[in-house]
Design a protein around this ligand. Structure first.
Ligand SMILES: Cc1ncc(COP(=O)(O)O)c(C=O)c1O
Length: 399
């Protein structure tokens, strides 16, 4: 049997689905012009499918800090954090992240994916019980596979189901570790974190919150949903990424737990991969400074999000449950989702096509993400194009 035979069904599904549309898994931008605009296939498109929430990818201070770090430190560290890959700037950024969260310590990973993979799989060991939200990101699922703990999924955003599953563990030894997300990546909904934190306290569990999509957006200081919900003291480990609000690549975990730094010598996805290059550390340090001092960025991304969300809902689209920077529109089926996505590019708007099995509830989604760099004119133009294409394809009613 061919080595690749196990993927036959996926291949057939993709070929059938794509037919005459562009391949959504092989989009190649000729040039990214700005946080909200790119050239694609020779024409300008509005970018509504990036995670560039604060629009910092072209921020002058971030670029300058990055270039200076590049010139001073070279193109790469060529080593892992436990060998030659820790420069003083890595350590300094870790201190800044810890200070930002008001935690004792922080660790930087080479991606947010690796932060979840490393933290969760290392903490949840043999005899422990790992309780994850059913709609968790792939990195949390992959961490569960790598972990030797018992893995228990609880119903998405359902604290009662979580409590019920924890009660069923009564009398059994082992740590209980709960994992949830701030803003969920597909529908843009937030976790019921106050209720989850109360259950965590009652049951004596540990709590990990992935703030990948909420860093820089929620909470008075931009620390995410834990801050907005007033439960930071209950969150034992915060996970986040540099690849969204901070406009670069990389991930981190922060914690007050006294033994946290022990992870540096036992967490394999931290130990056995090259550390982030100086240029990334430079831009992320500048981006974190900007995020911490400029409250207007979060205010703008939230008002932009509400504008897109409300206008799409008014146009008749079925949108996700909350007006956060991820604005998902539910499509009637996979085929229409693919054609809709393709037509939007023809008309000058790039969004994400999100299909099962990557989506909750087998939904076919057009997933847009909003940036503080979007202008109201750009948002209104995107809504007008999406509405016209929606009517053309029968996704929303004709006027
Ligand atoms: C909830 C969540 N966690 C983690 C990640 C991984 O982040 P990174 O892109 O830094 O690997 C993502 C990325 O999409 C995400 O949505």
């Amino acid at each position: 049997m061919s080595l690749f035979a196990k993927f036959d069904e996926i291949r057939a599904g993709v070929e059938l689905l794509l037919g005459s549309v562009r391949n959504p898994f092989d989009v190649r931008f000729d040039k990214v012009l700005a946080p909200t605009e790119a050239l694609l296939g020779g024409r300008t498109v509005l970018l509504f499918g990036t995670n560039n929430y604060l629009g910092l990818t072209f921020d002058a201070a971030c670029i300058e800090a990055s270039m200076q770090a590049l010139e001073e430190g070279g193109t790469g560290t060529t080593g892992s954090r436990i060998a030659n890959g820790t420069y003083s700037d890595h350590a300094q950024l870790e201190r800044r992240i810890a200070e930002f969260y008001g935690k004792r310590s922080a660790m930087i990973f080479s991606t947010g994916y690796q932060a979840n993979l490393g933290l969760i799989s290392t903490l949840a060991g043999r005899g422990d019980h790992l309780l994850i939200d059913a709609d968790s990101h792939a990195s949390i699922y992959d961490a569960s596979k790598l972990s030797t703990a018992e893995v228990i999924r609880f119903r998405h955003n359902d604290p009662e189901d979580l409590a019920h599953r924890l009660r069923r563990l009564k009398g059994r030894p082992g740590n209980r570790i709960i994992v949830t997300e701030g803003i969920f990546s597909m529908l843009g909904d937030t976790a019921p974190l106050r209720e989850i934190a109360a259950i965590k306290r009652e049951m004596g569990a540990w709590l990990i919150v992935d703030e990948a999509h909420s860093l820089g957006i929620l909470g008075a200081h931009g620390r995410g949903l834990s801050e907005a919900a007033g439960v930071e003291g209950d969150v034992d480990f915060v996970v986040g990424t540099f690849s969204k609000s901070l406009g670069a690549v990389g991930g981190f975990a922060a914690s007050d737990v006294p033994d946290f730094d022990l992870l540096r010598i036992v967490c394999r996805p931290y130990m056995f991969t090259a550390s982030l290059p100086p240029a990334v550390i430079g831009s992320v340090t500048a981006a974190l400074r900007r995020l911490s001092t400029d409250k207007s960025l979060a205010a703008r991304v939230l008002s932009n999000s509400r504008r897109l969300y409300e206008k799409l809902a008014q146009a008749g689209f079925k949108v996700g449950p909350e007006p956060n920077p991820i604005v998902a529109v539910k499509m009637p089926d996979r085929e229409r989702a693919a054609v809709f996505w393709n037509r939007l590019i023809d008309e000058g708007v790039y969004v994400n096509l999100a299909l099962p099995p990557a989506t909750p509830g087998s939904l076919s989604l057009i997933r847009s993400s909003v940036s503080s760099a979007h202008t109201e004119v750009q948002i209104d133009r995107a809504v007008s194009i999406m509405s016209a294409v929606g009517r053309e394809l029968g996704v929303i009613a004709a006027r």
